[in-house]
Design a protein around this ligand. Structure first.
Ligand code: ZN
Length: 394
């Protein structure tokens, strides 16, 4: 018997005691009925001990059918199963509760909410949504149901509906993260931009700005539109502002800056110079973004890469190991090293969520694991190089 089964068993034994307690307090329906209840219950424990969880579940369900007071036992068992990842069994239990005719309205709501959580865990978003919508309108689970609906709409990319739920939560002072709604508007803006509806995109961006005044993602999308429309001065100003605001967003700024520079002709390289000069301290952030964007043909970006590589003990050690001076590498050597790093880094996590520690190769505005917005921070070193250090440096 595995340790989790033991927990389940302990839970059932404890709750089984409760059945006995209630059964002894209630006017007895009949001695035969009570005996069947106990018989089914004991059969359930027996199946559980013998690692036959499906038969155990059937026996427990039969046991509880005879006594309404065992509803709480079912809830507890269902949530235990869900936590163990045995969602099918949790669903079976909660469905069984929900179909009882004698349920109190509060218990019916509780059963619905539990079932919605099971469906969410099983990835059955449509079914969860259907149950949560009425629960989000009224009742004891209203706030929790709205928060879950918001996550479902995010996953389904139903941004208008996510905005509507967010507003309701906001009214109740229960919005989980204030900037989430600005991201929803940015999502709408990006979608509009993708189908060339630029006026609509700008409207969504204005709405985002109304929610959060200095919102970097909004500025980035606006910069994309500005580059497309040839308004390079505006794009430069926006990209400079984003980098100045948060150097962790260099990975979003540098590719756009390069696009701007390549579109702007002669005015391109000076624009790169000015934007990067706004944050002289952001050496590694800009260098890593430049390596990943393959943008070393712009002198200020190559300079940051050069400085970053010379300051990195591991890389400097490797360079010395092949008889070169890390502070005096020519452009070709820098480009070669950058190409190797780009290749390695494309397969190694470069971001970590400050909220839950989830790491990823690509940058996400919303953490795929804990769903918080703007929580990913870039790793400012190439981890692989650290791995190579021992073998090459000595
Ligand atoms: Zn996270």
């Amino acid at each position: 018997m595995n340790p989790e089964s033991i927990w389940i068993l302990l839970g059932v034994l404890f709750l089984g005691g409760a059945i006995g307690f209630y059964a002894s307090r209630k006017p007895r329906p009949s001695a035969i009925g009570e005996e069947r209840l106990r018989g089914n219950y004991l059969a359930g424990v027996n199946f559980l001990v013998n690692e036959q969880p499906d038969r155990a579940l059937e026996a427990f369900l039969r046991a509880a059918e005879l006594d309404d007071d065992t509803v709480e036992t079912h809830f507890a068992l269902g949530s235990l199963y869900r936590r163990r990842g045995e969602v099918d069994r949790a669903i079976k239990i909660h469905q069984n509760i929900a179909t009882r005719e004698s349920l109190e309205p509060a218990q019916r709501e509780q059963a619905g909410f539990a079932l919605a959580q099971d469906y969410l865990k099983a990835g059955l978003l449509d079914r969860a949504e259907k149950i949560l919508e009425p629960l989000a309108a009224a009742g004891a689970h209203r706030m929790a149901a709205m928060r879950k609906l918001m996550r479902i709409y995010e996953q389904e990319q139903e941004w208008d509906r996510a905005i509507a739920v967010f507003r309701e939560l906001q009214k109740a002072g229960r919005a989980p993260q204030e900037n989430a709604i600005a991201h929803y508007y940015c999502e709408l803006a990006e979608a509009a931009r993708a189908r060339d509806a630029l006026d609509e995109a700008r409207e969504h961006l204005r709405a985002a700005r109304k929610e959060v005044r200095r919102f970097p993602r909004g500025a980035l999308v606006r910069a994309d539109i500005a580059v497309e429309q040839g308004d390079f001065a505006l794009a430069e100003r926006l990209l400079g502002a984003v980098l100045a605001y948060d150097t962790a967003l260099a990975i979003e700024v540098i590719p756009r800056l390069v696009r701007l520079a390549r579109s702007a002709g002669e005015g391109g390289p000076p624009a790169v110079e000015r934007v990067v000069a706004g944050r002289p301290d952001a050496v590694n952030e800009v260098a890593i973004a430049s390596i990943m964007t393959d943008a070393l043909d712009f002198a200020p970006l190559e300079q940051r890469v050069r400085t970053c590589l010379a300051q990195d003990d591991a890389i400097a050690g490797l360079v010395r190991a092949i008889g070169r001076d890390p502070a005096a590498l020519d452009t070709r050597a820098i480009a070669d090293i950058a190409a190797v790093l780009r290749h390695l880094a494309a397969r190694t996590p470069r971001y970590r969520c400050a909220n839950c520690g989830f790491s990823s190769i690509d940058h996400f505005w919303q953490c795929p694991a804990c769903k918080s917005w703007d929580s990913q921070r870039p790793l400012l070193r190439f981890d692989l190089v650290a791995g190579l250090e021992g073998g090459k440096k000595s």
